[in-house]
Design a protein around this ligand. Structure first.
Ligand code: Z16
Length: 835
C-alpha cells in the first residue's frame, strides 16, 4: 500500500494481538473436511497457539542436534572459552530468530500457510523472554547472537527469574505494574536437574592450621540454597554453532522441602525454608541505572556468581591442567559490577579450597576477568554496606579486606605519603556505615576495563576512575563502542528493507559483514531504488499505525512525520524535554491562523518506556505525556497536525515494529550521561534520522554517517559541570519558551496542575540538574529544522539511504571481535557437519 492508504488496507506482517484476515485455507495431506470440522470446534486463539507450539518444537528439535554437536566439539578441542556473566538477558522472542538463523523461515511460512495460518500470527503468540531492564540486558542478548554467529566458544550465565521485567499497563494515564510470569510452556529452556550446585550464605569463618602449620580458613554455612541449571540454545546465523545460555534457578537444598522437619511436625518452617530459597531467583529488580542496596539483590548476585564459577571451575578441572593455565582456558566478562563477587569467589576457591598461594591465585584471577562499565551516574554505582556483607558473606568480606590491603600497600609504595589518594581509591568507603565499592574491586581484579562508547570511556578515565589510570597506567582502560545485531534489528525487524538491500548487494552477506552496506551509496540517486526504499518505510509506518490503533485506540495519519522516543523513562534521558517540546508545538499551533496551519508538517509524537516502580519523577513524566495526549488528540482544531501517543509496555517485540517505522527518533540525554545508547543505532540502521545530543554513541554515529545526516543540538559534556555549578549558585534563567509551557501546565491546560509541580520545580527551583531549560531553545530550533527538511522528501531519502550505508561500524560482530582480540584472547571454532 502507498502512503495515505487507509489503515484497513494493511496486509503486511503485523504485531501481537492483531486479528488474522480470514483468507482461504488449503489443507494438504489430511482429509480437509475432517480437519475443518475439528478446526471449527477449536477457538481461534488456541489454534494460533498450537501453530506456534508446533513450529517452535520443530525448530527446537533441529537446534538440539546442532547444540549437542557444538558442545561436544568445543569440549573435544578444549580451546579457550569465554563466559559472559550478566544479571540481565533481554532476549525477546526466540522462534522468528531461530527460523531466520537456521535459514528456514520461508519453508515454515509455506508449511503454516498450507495449514491456513499466517506465520506472523504464530510468531506473535510467543511471550517475550524479558529478563532485563533496558540497554544493558539487550546488549547481553546481542552478544550471544553475535558470539554464536562468529563461532566463538562462548557461554552466557544468568539468573532464571520466574518474573521478568513487569508488564506495564496505563490506567487513567498512570503506569501500573503487572507481574510478568513467563515460564509456562516455554519450549526454549531445558531443565538440567543433573546440574546443581549448593550455594551457602551467612554463617561464620573457622580459622584452622594444616599439617605444615599454614593458616586455613573455612566458611561454615548458615543457610544453603540449591542452584539448578536451565539451558537455552543460542543459534548463530548461517552457522552450525549453537551456544549455550545457562540460567540458574534457586530451590531448597533438600530438594523440595525438608522432609525431616516436615515429619517432625514442623510444617510451616519446612515450607518457609523452601520459599526463602525460591525467592532468590523469583524476580528481576526493575531498576535501570539505579542500585538500591537490598539484601535479596546481593543474595541473587552471589548465588549466580558462585553457581557459575563452580560450573566453570568444574569444567576446567576435567581437563587436568595446571591452575596456572586457567587464564589461558577461561575468559570471564563482567557485564557491569553486578557479577563482581565472582572475582572474590574465584580467589576464595583458589585459596581456601585449592590451597594456592595468594599471589599465584591473584595472578590467575586478574588474568581471567574483564570488566565492562556502563554508566557514570553516581546513583547507579554499586556499593554494599559492610555490615550487610559481613553477615551474608563473612569469608568474602575478609578476602575483600585482603585485596584492599595488598592493593593499598602497592599504591603507598608508588605514591608515598599521599593519604588522600589512599582514601580515594580504597575499596572501603569510610562512611557510616562503611561501604564496599564494587567498581573498585572490578577494576583491581580485572586485566581490562572498558567503557561502551568513546566519550564514555574518556569520561570514566578522567572522572570516576581517574586515580586508577594514574596507578595502573592507561593500558588497563580501553573503549569498545557498543553495537547491535543486524540479524534481529534489520533482517528480522525489517524483512522488506533487508530483502531490498540483498537485492542490490547480490545476497545477504551484509548480515555477517555489515560494512558491505557501504555499497548502497552507489544507489542513492537511483530513482526506482529510492521509491522502493520510501515505500518500505511507508509500509512500516502503516504497521506501526496499526499497532497504535490496537493498543491505544487512536488513529494516526501515516503521512505524518513519526517522531519516536522509546527507552526506559529516566530524568537523564529527558523525556520531559520531549513532552515540553510537544506542548510548545501545541501552543504554537493553537496561536496560528488557519492559513499558517496549512504549512505545518503533521506530526505524531510517539513515546514508550517503563519507569522503575519506585521512581516517582519518571512516573509523573508518563502521566504528563498521557495528560497531554488526552487534550491534544481530541482537539479538533488541531486534528492530524499533532497527535501524542504513549505505547504501553514497550519491549523487544514492540521495538521490532517501532524501530523500522520512525522518520525521526530522539536520543536527547543530557550530554555526558548516556554511556552509549543502542536504540539510536537501531533506528538509523532502519532508515530513520535522529535528533540527539552530543552524548554516548550519538557522537560516533555522527562521525560515521556525517553531520549533515543527523540533527544535533544542546550543550556539550564539557560544559555541563560548569552550568550545574552556576545553577547551584543561583545563576539560572528559565528559558522564556519553556516558561510559556510551564504557564500552560500551571493554568490547568492538561488537568490538575498539582500532579506536575515536582516535575516543574525540579527545573524552576531545584537547579535543573539535567539542563532542560539550558537546552530547550536549541531543541525547539532543531525541531523546526526537522520540519523544514522533512518537506524536502528527496533530500530526506538521500540522508536516510546514506546513513544506512554508513552504519557498518555498529554491527555487534565488530564489537564481539574487538572483545575477543583485545580482552578475551579467544579464537573462533567452526562446527562442521561431520563433527
Ligand atoms: C543499563 O541498561 C545501562 C547502564 C547501567 O549502568 C545499568 C543498566 Cl540496567 C545502559 C546504559 O544506560 C546505556 O547507555 C548503554 O547503551 C547500555 O547500558 C549498554 O551498554
Amino acid at each position: 500500500p502507498s502512503v495515505g492508504a487507509p489503515i484497513a488496507d494493511l496486509q503486511g506482517p503485523v504485531g501481537p494481538g492483531f486479528s488474522r484476515p480470514k483468507h482461504k485455507r488449503t489443507f494438504t495431506g489430511f482429509g480437509p473436511s475432517e480437519i475443518k470440522s475439528v478446526e471449527a470446534s477449536i477457538p481461534e486463539p488456541l489454534r494460533e497457539a498450537a501453530a506456534y507450539s508446533g513450529t517452535a518444537l520443530a525448530f527446537r528439535d533441529r537446534l538440539i542436534i546442532e547444540w549437542n554437536r557444538t558442545q561436544q566439539r568445543q569440549t573435544f578441542t578444549d580451546q579457550k572459552r569465554v563466559y559472559y556473566l550478566s544479571l540481565e538477558f533481554l532476549m525477546g522472542r526466540a522462534l522468528d530468530n531461530a527460523m531466520l538463523n537456521v535459514g528456514m523461515k520461508d519453508i515454515a511460512r509455506d508449511g503454516l500457510a498450507d495449514l491456513g495460518f499466517r506465520i506472523e500470527d504464530a510468531i506473535s503468540q510467543e511471550h517475550d523472554a524479558a529478563l532485563g531492564n533496558g540497554g544493558l540486558g539487550r546488549l547481553a542478548a546481542c552478544f550471544l547472537d553475535s558470539m554464536a554467529t562468529l563461532n566463538y566458544p562462548a557461554w552466557g550465565y544468568g539468573l532464571r527469574y520466574r518474573y521478568g521485567i513487569f508488564k506495564q499497563e496505563i490506567v487513567n494515564g498512570y503506569q501500573m505494574e503487572i507481574p510478568d510470569y513467563w515460564l509456562d510452556n516455554n519450549p526454549w529452556e531445558f531443565p538440567r536437574h543433573d546440574i546443581t550446585v549448593d550455594i551457602q550464605f551467612y554463617g561464620h569463618v573457622n580459622k584452622t592450621y594444616d599439617e605444615d602449620g599454614k593458616v586455613v580458613y573455612s566458611w561454615e554455612a548458615g543457610e544453603t540454597v540449591r542452584a539448578v541449571a536451565y539451558d537455552v540454545p543460542i543459534p548463530g546465523y548461517r552457522t552450525k554453532t549453537t551456544n549455550n545460555l545457562r540460567l540458574w534457578s534457586s530451590k531448597a537444598s533438600s530438594g523440595e522441602f525438608d522432609f525431616q522437619k516436615f515429619n517432625a511436625g514442623d510444617y510451616e518452617s519446612a515450607v518457609a525454608d523452601q520459599q526463602t530459597a525460591e525467592t532468590i531467583s523469583a524476580v528481576l529488580y526493575p531498576n535501570d541505572n539505579l542500585e538500591r542496596g537490598k539484601e535479596l539483590r546481593l543474595k541473587q548476585q552471589y548465588f549466580w556468581c558462585a553457581a557459575s564459577l563452580y560450573d566453570i571451575v568444574r569444567r576446567f578441572k576435567k581437563t587436568k591442567r595446571a591452575w596456572s593455565e586457567f587464564p589461558d582456558q577461561v575468559a570471564i566478562q563482567l557485564n557491569d559490577t553486578h557479577p563482581t563477587l565472582a572475582i572474590v569467589e574465584l580467589q576464595r576457591i583458589l585459596i581456601d579450597v585449592e590451597g594456592l598461594e595468594w599471589d599465584e591465585a591473584w595472578r590467575i584471577v586478574t588474568g581471567t576477568f574483564g570488566y565492562t562499565n556502563h554508566t557514570v551516574l553516581p546513583e547507579a554505582l554499586e556499593k554494599w554496606s559492610v555490615p550487610l556483607m559481613q553477615n551474608l558473606l563473612p569469608r568474602h568480606l575478609q578476602i575483600i579486606y585482603d585485596i584492599n590491603l595488598f592493593f593499598l600497600q602497592s599504591v603507598e609504595k608508588r605514591f608515598p605519603n599521599d593519604r588522600d589518594m589512599l582514601s580515594r581509591v580504597s575499596i572501603i568507603e569510610e562512611s557510616h556505615p562503611k561501604m564496599v565499592r564494587m567498581a573498585y574491586i572490578a577494576i583491581i581484579g580485572s586485566h581490562k576495563v572498558n567503557g561502551v562508547a568513546e566519550l564514555h570511556s574518556d569520561l570514566i578515565k578522567t572522572t570516576i576512575f581517574k586515580d586508577f589510570v594514574t596507578i595502573y597506567g592507561p593500558d588497563r582502560f580501553t573503549n569498545v563502542t557498543n553495537g547491535i545485531t543486524p540479524r534481529r534489528w534489520l533482517h528480522q525487524a525489517n524483512p522488506e528493507l533487508s530483502a531490498l538491500i540483498a537485492d542490490k548487494l547480490g545476497g545477504y552477506d551484509f548480515l555477517t559483514d555489515l560494512t558491505l552496506l557501504d555499497k548502497l551509496e552507489a544507489f542513492v540517486d537511483d530513482k526506482n531504488f529510492r521509491q522502493e526504499w520510501s515505500d518500505i518505510k511507508a509500509k512500516n509506518k502503516l504497521r506501526l499505525a496499526k499497532l497504535i490503533k490496537d493498543v491505544t485506540g487512536y488513529s494516526v495519519n501515516p503521512n505524518s512525520l513519526f517522531d519516536v522516543q522509546v527507552k526506559r523513562i529516566h530524568e537523564y534521558k529527558r523525556q520531559q524535554l520531549n513532552i515540553f517540546g510537544v506542548i510548545h508545538r501545541y501552543l504554537s499551533l493553537k496561536a496560528m491562523t488557519p492559513e499558517e496551519r496549512k504549512k505545518v508538517v503533521p506530526r505524531v509524537s510517539i513515546f514508550g518506556g517503563k519507569a522503575a516502580p519506585g521512581y516517582w519523577m519518571a512516573k509523573s513524566i508518563i502521566y504528563l505525556i498521557n495528560s497531554v495526549a488526552a487534550v491534544v488528540n481530541k482537539d479538533e482544531e488541531i486534528g492530524d497536525l499533532l497527535k501524542v501517543i504513549f505505547i504501553e509496555d514497550y519491549n523487544v517485540s514492540k521495538a521490532e515494529i517501532i524501530c523500522p517505522a520512525s522518520d525521526i527518533s530522539e536520543h536527547i540525554s543530557t550530554a555526558g550521561t548516556e554511556a552509549s545508547g543502542t536504540s539510536n543505532m537501531k533506528f538509523v540502521l532502519n532508515g530513520g534520522l535522529i535528533i540527539g545530543t552530543c552524548d554516548g554513541a550519538n557522537i560516533e554515529i555522527t562521525r560515521e554517517i556525517g553531520e549533515q545526516n543527523i540533527f544535533l543540538f544542546g550543550n556539550l559534556a564539557e560544559d555541563v559541570e560548569d552550568l550545574r555549578h552556576r545553577h547551584f549558585y543561583g545563576d539560572f534563567q528559565l528559558d522564556p519558551q519553556l516558561k510559556r509551557v510551564f504557564d500552560a501546565i500551571k493554568e490547568g491546560t492538561f488537568g490538575d496542575p498539582s500532579s506536575f509541580t515536582s516535575l516543574i520545580s525540579s527545573i524552576e527551583e531545584h537547579g535543573d540538574y539535567y539542563l532542560v531549560s539550558d537546552d530547550f531553545n536549541s531543541y525547539i530550533a532543531t525541531h523546526d529544522m526537522v520540519d523544514k527538511e522533512f518537506q524536502n522528501q528527496e533530500e530526506w531519502l538521500a540522508k536516510s539511504i546514506t546513513s544506512v550505508a554508513r552504519m557498518g561500524f555498529f554491527s555487534m560482530d565488530r564489537v564481539t571481535n574487538e572483545y575477543a582480540d583485545s580482552i578475551w584472547n579467544v579464537e573462533p571454532l567452526n562446527i562442521a557437519d561431520e563433527d
